[in-house]
Design a protein around this ligand. Sequence first.
Ligand SMILES: NC(=O)c1ccc[n+]([C@@H]2O[C@H](COP(=O)([O-])OP(=O)(O)OC[C@H]3O[C@@H](n4cnc5c(N)ncnc54)[C@H](OP(=O)(O)O)[C@@H]3O)[C@@H](O)[C@H]2O)c1
Length: 298
Amino acid sequence: MEKIKLNENVLVSPIVQGLWRLTDWNWTIAETVEFIEQCIALGVTTFDTAEIYGNYACEERVGEVLRAAPHLRDRIEIVAKTGINMMSDKRAYTIGHYDTRKHKVVKSCQDSIRKMNCDYLDVFLIHREDPLIDHRELGKTLDELVDAGWVKAVGVSNFDPMKFDALQSHMKHKLITNQIECSPICFEHFNNGNMDYLQKMNVRPMIWSPLAGGRLFTSNEEKNMKARKKIDEIARRHGVESESIVFAWLLYHPVKAIPISGSGKIRRLQHALAGLTIALTHEEWYEIYTASGQQRLR
Ligand SMILES: NC(=O)c1ccc[n+]([C@@H]2O[C@H](COP(=O)([O-])OP(=O)(O)OC[C@H]3O[C@@H](n4cnc5c(N)ncnc54)[C@H](OP(=O)(O)O)[C@@H]3O)[C@@H](O)[C@H]2O)c1
């Protein structure tokens, strides 16, 4: 499967495997190695994690996997994130908060590399918008992490266009992605201009919770049920799984998104990959866009 070039140094797979729920899966290290091997065999080589995932335990689990199977490091790309301090951290903060100051970002990057038992990160992201962000300081810090070889590329997550632009304007290196939420029930980034801004900047977003964290197929909330009915109908039309239709819908958009699948089941990753070859019609895209009742045409 052809990889996507994010910059001169980073190629990622067209579907990324998310590791947010890794510690919930309660796998042994051998089972986790097997899962990663199966992902790679399917062409999914990029894995998304974050300092806070699994209540700060996910990266250590990845480290155990790479210690047990060091040959995997050169075959995968690791995306990691920083910038959130949760009260459950061992530093026992008095309030959960964001922190994008230099000392936090540098230490977090180095800790992630140490915990994951790897020499560098492929992509390092600022996890969330921080109201106290100092664009000059953070931009310089991210540039320095790239120049020093700790990371191959940097980006952001959940940034609106204004904040992305402000940070980028103080940087030498390009922010290579904005990891954002999008699904047939989540339209924030259509409405805040991100889909247009990212196209203008030639930046491909990674898409989190493409299936709304599974709620699209399990929730009895009206918006989910309405979207599900339409997705199921279109899936029957194409003779494919409903999950595949959602990935095809995300991939249809000219912003050239890179969806992150969050399932721990290989068959569901295969359904995600099937979305790469489904040709939705323009009308079908709009059928899904409007199905939940959350998004009206203006
Ligand atoms: N940057 C950010 O702020 C941010 C935030 C959230 C997530 N992320 C990243 O994005 C990744 C993907 O997010 P996500 O995990 O929410 O993705 P998702 O693919 O929308 O949801 C995955 C969940 O949905 C369940 N699921 C999938 N298909 C289903 C079906 N047909 N019926 C019932 N349940 C189904 C999966 O269960 P099974 O495992 O049983 O299949 C899993 O629990 C995360 O792993 C993380 O790496 C980033």
